[in-house]
Ligand binder design. Sequence first.
Ligand SMILES: Cc1cc2nc3c(=O)[nH]c(=O)nc-3n(C[C@H](O)[C@H](O)[C@H](O)COP(=O)(O)OP(=O)(O)OC[C@H]3O[C@@H](n4cnc5c(N)ncnc54)[C@H](O)[C@@H]3O)c2cc1C
Length: 171
Amino acid sequence: MNGIRTALVVGAGPAGLTSALALRRAGVEVTVIERTPDWAAVGFAFTLQGPALRVLQRLGLLEAVLRAGHGGAGPMGRPPLLGPGFPVSVGIKRPVFNAVLAEAGDIRPRLGAGITAVDGTEVTLTDGSIDRYDLVIGADGLNSTVRRLAFPAALVLQRRVVSYGGSSRLR
Ligand SMILES: Cc1cc2nc3c(=O)[nH]c(=O)nc-3n(C[C@H](O)[C@H](O)[C@H](O)COP(=O)(O)OP(=O)(O)OC[C@H]3O[C@@H](n4cnc5c(N)ncnc54)[C@H](O)[C@@H]3O)c2cc1C
């Protein structure tokens, strides 16, 4: 894959696990680190909407996700993006979704491991170890440590910024 043989993925959430899965399938040797010691996903469950389901279908994971979650008609009477016979959305527990992704890619994250420095492709982890990777992916969420370390001038989301959303059925 364009000379990339090794990759470090920081964060074992949906983005990190999906990236690791795709890289591994492309023949890259992938290491995934996750800072929480018990890999406890923040939040309880979420709803996978049509675009996410389409990506999962392309990855060959749709059946596993449908088995592990609960398909629904979704709000607003929208048609299923994947076509007739498919749910509009799927509700699934976050740890269960993580497990489906990890199992599909045979990914076993190094738990309790974070990152303290990025210097080009040289990475220092919280246990003091230093490694080199051809590619480093920051999949460590909204307040990404990788982004802060690699791009100190990048815009940082202020925690006081809050958004609210919702939907209701018109009768
Ligand atoms: C209340 C709420 C409800 C939501 N509901 C939905 C929904 O219904 N449907 C939907 O599609 N989306 C929903 N979202 C959005 C969804 O949660 C995010 O888009 C998704 O979790 C992003 O995935 P991610 O892998 O990028 O980041 P995250 O899920 O945040 O995962 C990041 C991972 O990186 C780890 N990590 C963080 N820092 C480090 C570090 N320095 N070193 C190592 N590991 C690190 C974290 O522990 C975590 O495991 C919701 C979000 C919120 C807050």
